[in-house]
Structure formats: C-alpha cells, structure tokens
Design a protein around this ligand. Structure first.
Ligand code: ACM
Length: 616
C-alpha cells in the first residue's frame, strides 16, 4: 500500500474531529444523539426515582452504583407522594413511558436538573448501559453527565457472542465476566458451545459418563493440528465441566443482564467425547475411542440408530429443563460421512427412508431431532451444513461458511443468523497479518473488517431480508488456553460486533468509532484489568510514504497510552523517544528511513511494533 501526504492531512483533520464526537463516546453508537450544553452533576444528594424497584435493570443499576462508590437513596415513586419530591437533582428510571418506543428501545434525557430514562422491556437495561458509559466520575460518588437527548433501539433482535468451552474449558467466574462484557455492549445471546470431539462440558444426570469420561482428554496438541506445526503433545491430562447447579447459576446471571443463552449440543459430528463415553452411539461400538487430543474434526460420528435418538432426546430433555430460551443449537456442521459409508446399518437406513445419500441421512438425523425439540415447544438452530440434503422445516440457520447458506435459507423462508468468517466474525482469526500476533488458527480479521460487516446481503429481497434476525461472532478456543487470551482475541473486536448488531447502518463511521470511542473504552478496560489487543497508534499503519519532507502525525490507540518510536531499525521500547508532537522527517535522497512505533497503555499493555518506510 502506498500512502501519500494526503493520508497525513487526513490524520490531522481526524485529530481535530476528536474534540467533537457526535456519539458522546457511546458504543454501540445510538440511533440518535442530540447534544446540549451543560452537565448533570451527579452527587451524593441525587435521588434515584424508580417505578419498578424490583426490575432487573433497576437492580443492576443499584449494584453498579454501590460497586462504584455511590451512596444515593433510591425511592419507589409508587410509594411516596410525588409532590414531596422536587425533580431537581433526580435520576428517574421508568418502564411506564408515554409515547412509542421500539422493542428494546429507550429514551434518555439529561439536563442540568435531572436525568430521565424511559425504557421498553430490556430497553431500560440498555439505557442504563448507555447512562453508565456517560458517567464520568470526578471523585468517588460524584460525576458529570453531559446534557443530551438520546433515542435508541437495536438494528437486530439477535446479537450474539459464542464461546467454545470444549477445546478449552473456562470456569464459572470467567463465563460471568464474559456475560458482563456482553451486557455492557448490548449483546443479548450467549451461544455456549458445550460439547465437541475434545470434551463434553455439561453434566447430564442420566448419562454420567458423558462428563466422567467425556470431559477429560489424556493430553493436548501443542501448536496447530498434527502435521501442521509439529507432532508434539503436552503429555498432560486436561478436563473440566459445569455441574447443572453451575449452569443454573450462569443462566440466572445472564437473565439478570437480559442475555439469553443458546446451548449447543453438537451432533451428528463433533461428537467423539460422547462416543468415547458411550461407544454404542457410534456405528462401530467395538472400536476403542478416546477423547480427541488434537484439533480438526473426528471421522467418528453419531450413528443414526434408534438407541442414539433415544439417548439424544434424553440429553436434550435435561438441557431444555435447564435452559428456558426458545433456541437449542444442535450443531450439524462438519460431519464426515466416512463412518456412515462403511456402515451396513446406514446403507439400509438410506434405502428404507428413500434418501439419496449420506447428505440425506444427515437431513434425516437433523429432522428427527428437530421434531423432538419442536414437540417440547422449542426451536433448533444449526450451522449452515443443515441445508445439505434438505433443511428441517422450522430450523434457524447460522451461516458460517460465508453468506451463501444464510442467503439460501432466507430465500427458503427460514430465519438466519449471520456469522461468516469471511465477514470478520471469527474472533479466533488473527487481528493483523503481522508475525508478531500470537498463535491463532490463522486468517486475518482486523477490527476494521469486523466493523465493516453488514449482515443483510443485497442479494435478498426486502421480504427475505426480514429473515436475517441477527449476527454473531464465534470464538473457537483451540488456541486460547487462558481467559486472558480469550479477552485478547475478543477485544476490541467485540465493540465492532456490537455496532454491527445494534447501530443503524447509516450511523456507522469507522474513523469516529476507532479513534474517538474505542480509545476511551479500551482505557476503561485497561483500568478494570481486562486484557485486550492494543491497536497500533493511529497514523502508524505499516506502509510506505514517499516525499522529501514527511510529516507524521500519530494518536494513541488507548487514551493515556504512550507512543515510543525509533528510526534506527530496532524495535522501540519505553527507553526510546516518546512521541509528543508531529514528527518531520527529511529522508536522504534515494534512501529510506524506517519509523517504528509501539504503544504502551497505562497498565503496561503493549501493541505490536509498526513500521513505516519513508523515503524518496
Ligand atoms: C464452524 O466453524 N465449524 C461452525
């Protein structure tokens, strides 16, 4: 990529723009923000007036205030004579609003005297999230909130984050931390990938071996899948699962944050952990199975026998007793057909059921499961492979192999959730092409790519577009062994996802998002002890700039971060020159100078090193 001085001028003008953020730092950018002059001064005398004191959103706000050092009195306005309350210095939280609000919508009015937040259902909770983002503390118990009127509601009803806990297991406190992040960014569906070849992670009382056996693997591949990086294994047992009590605790925690959990029980592929526990689920029960120790997909899959269907129905019955949501995700992706092709039973079944082939058998499998799930009053979601061989009548499709599956499903009148890796929604992909990135599965999904994704394909008619109910990012954890690494991989891309899912398309503006708002949110995360990927300084993209006099203007990727640089070819560190004002370089004729930068945040987190080649 060649950039010219024009780029530098653009960077300059962006800096001036930073004084004037039209979205007041809020992520995801609201539908409408009208800024007014002045501030509401939140202090210990501010009264919180509420009309639904037991509401989850109100409880959440109370907890937030207590945790943040506020001591304000909360008053139930139904129990007092309102005339005794001046509205001066009050914050009103109300579900009893006049006028119209779209689903999950809210209206937030802030003036110098009072704050009024009205919300519809979850909208009150989302308004509270916006309000919390606007509270800039001056000292404990005191804050200034800028005067504004905000009207807001989501673009899509399904706004999801997925987490694979099978490849690596993440404990209850971390799942709660993940849900906290989702809630703060108005994401409302947690897709919990609970089972796979490498581990079964949910207690099922009727089949205890699923966790006794299936939650443990003897060792784990080091690095990428066997044959790619090395054949080394760590020679260390690995395991973990959630008891049903823990699952219930997490479900309640999520409910308090208006988050639905979509549990995923994978079938008929990605099932080796279950097969290891109960080999009768396979087409060859005589074979010795073990929970998979490397990545990739096992050829051993569930056999579509009556015994298997009975067991899955029993498992799903327990899952549905735990999870109250409408959707049960049944997987359906990447099911190799090798074991079915070898099986006399499967050949007979294909013939008896008048199916074309093994793809038809996969549809038969999913169709049987759907019938059962529907009979219990729920709906299935499956990965887009469930289209192959015929789509189950009521299924919702998650389109992950690009948008083709989603487009086909919407054209057939099925609901669709878009999660394409090609759209920057696979958060296991690297965040830049630099070799300095940590181990990932590969790919390149930088923040800008995630941000630019539009879940509604132009190929659909406006009627068909209504079937795109939402969007989700997927977090596969083969190469995420720790909670910190998960945080590093999802942040700041989750901010971009929240804006893709919530913000009207016309309000999206990457420069404003990344340079004026992400910088503030990362500073907050930095102070709160989250891990995240520190972007490189704005204006320091790896590039070549030509010219006799080169002016470089940089801005920090995180508020409060320092930028250090070198021109000697070495990687900069905090012992090098600190960037303070624009830099002017005059490279010698026919020679180039490399400007390398690193950004280091207040907590000490470091960006990768960027490299601009400047010359004539
Ligand atoms: C998937 O990434 N296999 C759904």
């Amino acid at each position: 990529m060649k950039h010219t001085l024009l780029l530098i001028l653009l960077v300059c003008s962006t800096h001036a723009f930073a004084q004037n953020d039209p979205y007041l730092g809020i992520i995801p950018a609201p539908v409408s923000v009208t800024k007014n002059v002045g501030e509401f001064k939140f202090n210990p005398e501010t009264i919180i007036l509420v009309d639904t004191p037991d509401n989850r959103a109100v409880r959440y706000f109370n907890d937030y205030l207590k945790k943040s050092g506020y001591v304000n009195t909360v008053v139930d306005i139904n129990r007092v004579d309102r005339k005794n309350y001046s509205l001066k210095n009050t914050i009103t939280l109300s579900l009893n609003f006049k006028g119209d609000l779209p689903a999950e919508g809210y209206k937030l009015q802030i003036n110098g005297q009072q704050v009024i937040l009205e919300g519809r259902g979850a909208g009150l909770f989302y308004g509270i999230q916006t309000l919390i983002q606007m509270i800039h503390g001056t000292s404990p118990g005191y804050a200034n909130i800028p005067c504004a009127i905000i009207k807001d509601y989501p673009r899509f009803p399904y706004r999801g984050m997925h987490l694979d806990v099978a490849r690596h297991f993440f404990d209850v406190p971390f799942i709660k931390r993940y849900l906290d992040l989702m809630a703060a960014y108005k994401l409302n569906n947690f897709h919990w990938h609970l089972t796979d070849d490498q581990g079964w992670r949910i207690e099922i009382k009727k089949y205890p071996k699923l966790t006794e056996v299936g939650s443990n693997r003897a060792q784990t591949k080091i690095g990428r899948a066997a044959g790619v990086d090395s054949d080394l294994y760590d020679n260390t047992p690995y395991g973990g699962f959630y008891t049903q009590d823990q699952v219930q605790d997490i479900i309640h925690y999520a409910e308090d944050r208006y988050i639905n959990i979509v549990p995923e029980i994978e079938m008929p592929g990605h099932s080796l952990a279950a097969i290891t526990a109960y080999p009768e689920l396979s087409c060859d029960p005589s074979k010795a199975y073990k929970v998979r120790e490397t990545w990739g997909v096992s050829d051993d899959v569930l056999c579509p026998t009556e015994e298997t269907f009975k067991m899955i129905d029993d498992i799903l019955r327990e899952v549905m007793e735990l999870f109250p949501g409408k959707y049960i995700h049944i997987g359906g992706d990447e099911c190799p057909k090798i074991a079915w092709k070898k099986s006399d039973f499967c050949r007979r079944l294909i013939s008896d059921q008048n199916l074309n082939d093994e793809n038809g058998l996969q549809s038969y499998f999913i169709g049987r499961i759907e019938k059962f799930v529907n009979s219990q009053g729920r709906q299935i979601i499956g990965w887009d492979e469930i289209l192959e061989g015929g789509l189950a009548p009521n299924a919702t499709v998650m389109s992950w192999r690009g948008e083709g599956g989603g487009i086909a499903a919407a054209q057939l009148g099925h609901d669709v959730i878009m999660t394409p890796g090609s759209g920057g929604l696979y958060f296991d992909h690297a965040q830049s092409k630099s070799p300095q990135e940590p181990l990932t599965i590969g790919g390149n999904a930088p923040l800008a790519k995630t941000y630019a994704y539009d879940p509604v394909p132009a190929a659909l008619t406006s009627e068909q577009q209504k079937h795109i109910i939402g969007v989700q990012a997927n977090v596969w954890t083969e190469y995420m062994t720790t909670p910190s690494k998960v945080e590093y991989m999802i942040l700041p891309r989750m901010f971009a996802l929240s804006e893709v899912a919530w913000t009207p398309k016309g309000n999206k503006d990457y420069k404003n998002f990344s340079q004026q708002r992400v910088t503030k949110h990362l500073a907050k995360l930095d102070a709160e002890g989250y891990d995240y990927r520190v972007p490189i300084a704005y204006g320091s993209d790896d590039t070549t700039i030509s010219g006799d006099k080169i002016n470089v203007v940089l801005s920090p990727p995180v508020d409060g971060a320092k930028i250090y640089y070198t021109i000697d070819g070495y990687n900069p560190r905090e012992t090098d020159l600190e960037y303070k004002t624009p830099l002017l370089f005059t490279p010698p004729e026919h020679k180039s100078i490399h400007l390398k930068t690193i950004s280091i945040t207040p907590s000490g987190k470091r960006s990768i090193v960027s490299d601009i080649k400047m010359g004539n």
